[in-house]
Design a protein around this ligand. Structure first.
Ligand SMILES: Nc1nc2c(ncn2[C@@H]2O[C@H](COP(=O)(O)OP(=O)(O)O)[C@@H](O)[C@H]2O)c(=O)[nH]1
Ligand SMILES: [Mg+2]
Length: 193
């Protein structure tokens, strides 16, 4: 999909500020620093629409990026940033939960996991939460450029079976850095929109 005029519509700090247009929403979730903001930039081929940071734990609001009035990319705050206080982490979790719980126009959840790392407790909680919610989702193993090409598929399978031994086919590799797999992921997003 070619997005001509992507723009930030609002950085919401409370549900009262969520957009009311009713457009479908594709939501990015994942650990702090996994590449949620980079994912958005890569998909629309912009360098800096979504603010990225090498310093984790910076996003404390929910950013709604309007894609040509067709849909939103929604950038949720990252969870599990170890340097954040327990209270601060609780606040972030509540914030995420509130959005996922009340929002009726979610078309797809994109859960990002770092391809290099073992699945963390927070990732597992998030995955289970998504499964329980019944909302459509995909899991992307991001930063695939950081490992050997020959290892990518095995790692994706490992992450998949770690999260769900029964089986789940919604797992794909991704690299926001190298812009590979972008077309595959667009094909999926378009199916859900
Ligand atoms: N090598 C590599 N680095 C990435 C990739 N995606 C994101 N990053 C880097 O990881 C850091 C955090 O990215 P960001 O998008 O801000 O993560 P967020 O906290 O989940 O929004 C930044 O320094 C990005 O440049 C990727 O696919 N490959
Ligand atoms: Mg971010």
């Amino acid at each position: 999909m070619l997005i001509k005029n992507p723009r930030i519509e609002i950085s919401a700090t409370s549900p009262k500020q969520y957009p009311t247009s009713g457009l479908p929403e594709i939501v990015l979730v994942g650990k702090s620093n996994v590449g949620k903001s980079s994912f958005i930039n890569t998909m629309i081929n912009r360098k800096k629409l979504a603010r990225t940071s090498s310093e984790p734990g910076k996003t404390r609001q929910i950013n709604f990026y309007n894609m040509d009035d067709k849909f939103y990319f929604v950038d949720l705050p990252g969870y599990g940033y170890s340097k954040m206080s327990k209270i601060e982490q609780e606040k972030v979790n509540k914030f995420i939960d509130e959005y996922l719980h009340i929002r009726k126009n979610i078309s797809l959840i994109v859960l990002l996991i770092d391809i290099r790392h073992d699945v963390g407790a927070n990732d597992r909680l998030m995955y289970d939460y998504i499964i329980c919610s019944g909302l459509p989702f995909i899991v992307l193993a991001n930063k695939a450029d950081k490992i050997a090409v020959t290892k990518v598929n095995d790692r994706v399978k490992e992450i998949q079976s770690d999260l769900n031994p029964i089986g789940d086919f919604n797992f794909l590799p991704f690299s926001a850095e190298r812009k590979i797999y972008v077309d595959d992921v667009w094909n999926i997003l378009e199916k859900y929109l």
